[in-house]
Ligand binder design. Sequence first.
Ligand code: PFF
Length: 453
Amino acid sequence: MSLNQNRDSFGSKFGIIAAAAGSAVGLGNIWKFPYITGQNGGGAFLIIYLICVLMLGIPVMISEFSIGRRGQRNVFGSFKTLAPGTPWYFVGIMGVVAAFVILSFYSAVAGWTLEYMVRSVTMGFSNQDTTQLGAAFNEFLKHPFRPIIWQLLFMVFTALIVAGGIKNGIERYNKFLMPLLVLFLVLLCIRSISLPGASKGLAFLFYPDFSKVTIKTLLFAMGQAFFSLSLGMGTLITYASYFRKSDDLGRTAVNVSLADTIVAILAGVVIFPAVFSFNIEPTAGPSLVFITLPEIFSQLPLGNLLELVFFVLLAVAALTSTVSVLEVVVAYFSEELKISRRKATLLATISISFLGVLASLSFGPLSGITLLGKSIFDMLDFFASNILLPLGGLLIVVFVGWFLKKEDIADEISNSGTLKVRYLPIYRFIIRFIAPVAIAAIFIYSVFYGSLG
Ligand code: PFF
């Protein structure tokens, strides 16, 4: 299939890896992964997570890359191109809806990182204990407009990058921001493992205690792998539609998954030694990053500076992810409504921000509105992470494994025979049999037993 000459595309291998890894590495790695690992037994969870990335994440990622690069359009358009006259385009619509929903609550948390960046400069947290820091965090969340201002500002940053296009916007910023992220992460790791008692934290993260493993652990690990690798909603389908014909899809998927996993582990190496060194329970939950860490920073020399570095790191990680999610909607609007990228970006940003404001307000003025005991924020998170992503992932592997022609997939993955892909039979087996069963298990579990985190 020939590539569309007029379409924007990535310009370099490094740019592609930086952008796709930028999407994958996000709040999921630094905010969610450590607390989910903490709550699920540490090292044993890590091992199961790694198996999920290898057995499920990489094959699903290769499938998404194949659909996008062969489809050459946004997520909806790619399904239409590859399966004309069938209802498969519905998976694309689900992807656009998921992008809308994820961005609305994700941008709220991303906005909090900006508040904490500023706080680390203006006031620090010196001499405050957990109770005071917890109260300050709750007060901030309940504030009628502070979180919203930060959230909207974050959406503006995201929109400015996306409006620049692929090569001159998304690729350019990722190539600069991702190395910065790695640098900051390594700095914080060194500081954390040099704390007294750090080894207990490392033992918690790396020593597997399988007595803590239940079927639930397995399902949590799969859900987290999906979210963390940005799978199931067409983000990577959209990005792959800008890949070049010579790019190696399998190798890119391995590199991106490896980068994402290493960052998640390093985030654990930043957090657990610090938490153990200060005798705090590692199972603190979502507040680990916004309450526990500031407390630790407040007791360290140069703590404010470390805190600034940490929240800049978190903001950068979030930004390269929000960019990829917004691109799903922008590509869809501009190609399907035939409007310019700028107009599409404006339309997508404004409409998503409306939903986003509701998500933010659900911690304060709208906290009374609940459905099935969940606030608006929790409902949006649940609907996207636990319903749309697993269902999208399931349909994607069924589409590639059972609907597309075997030869077409082989052609796409091998770049029309120019690459040797010895893994093709294993990939095909996983995509047809293992992945659908495993993903169906997550899906059924998450719908019936609630939040997968
Ligand atoms: N992978 C991102 C993270 O770990 O924070 C979140 C995410 C981005 C999920 C893009 C889904 C997506 F399509």
